[in-house]
Design a protein around this ligand. Structure first.
Ligand code: G3I
Length: 379
């Protein structure tokens, strides 16, 4: 299989829903509403997504899947793509400057394979989650060698298995004082902006089949205008220089007090401009902070669901948005529990399933957003 065919195969989604009616229910035309709702056993976000040529998945870790049967069953049922939350970052893969430990990443790849799920890689270049030795070992003199070797080794190790790779993550910080809005990172300090080109070209050689993605957060709000502009500038530069970049990953960590600034028009226009560059768009890390919502569980769950609905309505109106991942699947395992706890100390509820793997209104909102989405072309 040539590289292009392999890329299409790995990315390709099929509209053939396994055992699931593709006809909308609970929304849409009268004729559609006459269709029986699918049974909970046969229904899933994966099936709803697949029916529209979309992929749906979540960030997970292999150790949690191995130790928690109910979680593992939920992930197997609801997802058709997985991404490691932690285990493919530098700090996890690089115990020393001269060694790699693929154990946890390989375990997740094996689980995805046995579930028949696709896999995303996250992330090859990031200023966070670097191993302790990095600060005392990597410098301007050797940074290019470290960057090339890391990407060649890691993307090479998983070559042929990845739907896509987050090649560069979060390179924008509009408070950096730079005209291009690039973040002050070790990579920028050591190599300048050319580290972006270097990362993508090295990844393309190491894994010619994966869709190479630039991944960024903070793009949805009225106050995100400068971040949107800098992101467009970064992507335009890559495209103008002929650098192999195939997609923008929009993280989508939304909600909280800032949600009142959600700007669906500016966000939608931004996605359209990214598409004009010839890029696909993935929603890569969606979750909804609930610290601005009342403690009452019913009201809170409805508030979270409303945010999923509004966000996905805007995103999925664009057929080039082909993939949606939430950053976790169940409230039992979410980074927001420690990073964004509620003032009233109630457990946070940002994801589609609750602690007991039961579907919440957020699940329903995502399911209905998929159901309403226009079918993506089968590639
Ligand atoms: O597993 C160890 C545990 O053994 C140890 O006792 C504990 C002590 O701190 O640390 C645990 O590892 C933590 C790991 O999450 C698992 O919970 C790491 O310290 C912690 O740094 C790590 O945080 C992750 C963070 O990225 C940095 O890698 C978060 O889980 C993860 O959700 C977060 O994900 C990022 C995306 O990569 C990029 N976008 C934003 C997103 C949220 O910050």
């Amino acid at each position: 299989m040539d590289a292009l065919t392999r890329r299409a195969f790995l990315h390709g989604t099929t509209r053939a829903a396994v055992g699931v009616s593709v006809v909308a229910w609970g929304c849409g035309s009268e004729a559609e509403q006459e269709t029986e709702p699918p049974s909970p056993e046969s229904d899933s976000l994966a099936a709803r997504a697949r029916a529209r040529g979309l992929l749906y998945g979540a960030a997970v870790e292999a150790d949690r899947l191995s130790s928690d049967g109910a979680f593992s069953a939920a992930v197997a049922r609801e997802c058709n793509i997985l991404v490691p939350e932690v285990s493919m970052k530098w700090a996890a893969l690089r115990p020393t400057a001269s060694s790699y430990d693929f154990t946890r990443g390989d375990a997740l790849a094996a689980i995805a394979r046995s579930n028949g799920q696709r896999l995303r890689g996250h992330t090859l270049v990031w200023h966070q989650a670097l191993p302790a030795w990095f600060a005392t070992t990597v410098d301007a003199g050797n940074a290019e060698r470290f960057l090339r070797e890391h990407i060649a080794s890691v993307a090479g190790h998983y070559a042929g298995q990845m739907h896509s790779w987050d090649v560069v993550n979060e390179a924008i910080d509009t408070s950096s004082g730079r005209a291009d809005g690039l973040r002050d990172t070790p990579w920028l300090r050591f190599l300048g902006p050319r580290h972006l080109d270097l990362a993508f070209t090295t990844a393309a050689t190491a894994d010619p089949a994966a869709l190479l993605t630039y991944n960024e957060y903070g793009l949805e709000l009225t106050s995100s205008a400068a971040r949107r502009q800098a992101t467009l500038g970064l992507l335009t530069g890559l495209k103008d220089r002929g650098v192999p970049v195939h997609a923008l990953g929009i993280q989508g960590h939304v909600g909280g007090a800032a949600w009142s600034q959600f700007d669906p028009v500016a966000f939608g226009d931004f996605v359209d401009r990214v598409v004009t560059l010839g890029l696909k768009v993935f929603i890569t890390e969606l979750d909804v902070r609930d610290d601005h919502l009342p403690g009452d569980q019913t009201q809170r769950d409805q508030g979270v669901a409303a945010i999923y609905k509004a966000y996905l309505e805007t995103a999925l109106a664009r057929p080039q948005v082909t993939t949606v991942l939430t950053w976790g699947l169940s409230d039992k395992y979410t980074w927001l529990a420690s990073q964004s706890p509620r003032g009233d100390k109630l457990p946070v509820r940002p994801l589609p399933l609750d602690n007991a793997m039961q579907r919440k209104p957020a699940w329903q909102a995502v399911a209905e957003a998929f159901q309403r989405a226009v079918a993506r072309p089968t590639s």
